[in-house]
Design a protein around this ligand. Sequence first.
Ligand code: ADP
Ligand code: F6P
Length: 471
Amino acid sequence: MSGTQPRSEEPGLVVLSNRLPVSRVGNKWQTSAGGLVTALLPLVSTRPTSWVGWDGGSHKLPEKLPGTDAGLVGVGLSRADVKAYYDGFSNATLWPLFHDLVGTPEFQRSWWEAYQRVNRSFAEAALKTGEELSSPTYWVQDYQLMLVPQLLRAGTDAPVRYFLHIPFPAPELFARLPWRDQLLRGLLGADTVSFHTEHYRRNFVRACALLLTDVTVRGRDIVLEDGRVVHTQANPISIDTTDFAEDARSEEVTGRLQRLRRQFAGRRVLLGVDRLDYTKGIPERLLAFERLLEDREDLHGRVCLVQIAVPSRGDVEEYQRLRDLVDQLVGRINGRFTRPGEDVPVHYFHRGVAREDLLAYYLLADLMLVTPLKDGMNLVAKEFVTVQHAALSARSATEGAGALVLSEFTGAADEMPQAYLCNPFDLDGVSAVMATALSAAPEERRRRLDLLARRVRRHDIHAWAERELDQ
Ligand code: ADP
Ligand code: F6P
């Protein structure tokens, strides 16, 4: 274990997440990408904080999160536990089960045993570091740690909050899990269990009512046999809109955008930015783009798709299959539609990009394609509208604005009805929505973007955190 905070009288915070928010690049540590990290970063500087997470096999973690006073507490995992707890139970059992079976969940008892063991290690590390803080609140993140609230509850009277960053499935699907009761009881150790949407919250409450005989549902509360009350709420996660808007106007981003504009001159750009995950609907998106090119010869040489996909969970089989499939589809589409001497229709990057480049791509895009088959929230959608909106005043009215094509099956769709909504399973439908959004009048695109960006700004990351913590 590494460093924690010197004791201060201010109320402390112990954050628990599977991954610590740092990664090693060369011989330097830097804060890492991902929805959860992006979301929590602005918050950890506001109070004495310890962040507990998997040390990723490194015994030389920095004591503090770079640029902040937040302590980092690493939990070491054996290779076997990483395979069984992370690749196995978290990402080959829970992940597909909670994403409406868009992948096939595997149920293995040895994975479940590892999950219990690792959740115990996280809870022990958190309780230990919590003792060094004054009046700590424990804030547990996501599906990798669903047993932790109950384990903490057994060791402290301090407030315990839990936030699920992925969907909670319909009880009928959840009920397939052999260890379903244990997971529900794990979560019910928290004082508050939060979800992105009302729909996920209701699924959870229905699962409790259906599967646990000793609890009573009272409105948004679940009352346990011993009288303890667990509150549930919907609180959609968001982004630091001020930060994104400022960065979008920076010289660095403007410079990169100008370079990209020269490189993609004469073409309208459709953009996808995701982890390479089968829930994100990348093959389906490619197929819809292929359909668009099949149907609209007039667009050949005039549109292209830039797909940026960060490698993710490469040791899990379904992710390896996905990588092969995407390689194959990109090759097929480029093979079919590239014209002699011209640029390819699909630009595919199998890597993450620096924040400045990401923002420049957001600004470049005519259409942002956020088309997951299922996604708890999707921050890319919120980042895109925020960044595009920040640049709106500098553009002429005839230039229009980027349009967001958004899957109905994302949590973000609840808050973003002005996006061009689509059903990602309907290839013709998605292709038609792409065509509609491409041909929308500039004023219409600006009108939609304005409403979307305002809504994201009203419920930004600070509003989210306030609801999570200041109760
Ligand atoms: P998830 O949490 O499932 O990864 P989200 O869309 O909610 O999905 O969050 C993804 C986060 O990772 C966003 O903040 C986004 O900016 C970042 N990200 C996604 N893809 C890339 C990429 N290719 N390069 C850099 N950052 C990325
Ligand atoms: O949002 C779901 C989530 O699993 C987060 O917990 C995590 O930060 C992100 O996706 C990336 O996943 P992983 O840590 O497995 O690479």
